[in-house]
Design a protein around this ligand. Sequence first.
Ligand SMILES: [Zn+2]
Length: 256
Amino acid sequence: MTTNWQPLKTELAIWRSDGLQLPLWWRDDDAIAPSSQLDRLATLASSTGVPVHLAIIPDATTQALADLLNDGPVFLPVVHGFAHKNHAPGGMKKSEFDASRPREKLRADICTGLARMRTLFGARLTPTFVPPWNRFASEHLSELTRAGYRAISTFNPRSNRFATGALEQINTHIDPIDWHGSRSLHAPEFLIDHTVALLKNRRLGKQDNSEPLGLLTHHLVHDPAIWDFAAGFIETLLTGPAHVWTAAELKWGTPE
Ligand SMILES: [Zn+2]
């Protein structure tokens, strides 16, 4: 099947003629250990020149992953919750940092997870927190700044630059996987139309174009169709006015 990228190319041509710039970033979730899928992700990152923010589960990860990441520059480690465990009450949407939990428990998870990630990934760790299932109880967001985080990343365009205090929202916007259906690739035309709509909203000032546009992938569950789409998506955007953003530019805050 050949993907028709033309609608996206047409939108990007307008961006070029308008002299607009598009910040682009890439997040991949649920890393724990080295794998053949992770090798494939590294190859794609190298060939496109776009580093991957690898959202790593602190409680489950391994020294072997730290050794692999320390070998090359294609991955930027970010913290993916604590144990990727659902604490939401039955029937509610899954969340590890759910409002129903005592604040001290959330704080303990955040601090223990961060300490483990620092031990394994050292100075390469960027001050970015990715809550599992892209959910975090809004009333407890200050626990992230208290720990020194400078960014939280969930899904969908941010409505405000800061979630709380100095905690910037750097979200993701395009997830190629049809989680509630085939668990393979969404229809490519749906994904391309969605991306064009996001770009149009940014171009027309309806959404914040200073927020890096985020591609969200999950390397462990990719099939060939998802890999092909991810590669084509990045390559097409890079032919437009996109420039690569990374969280390496964020500096840790002082823990309180
Ligand atoms: Zn996850």
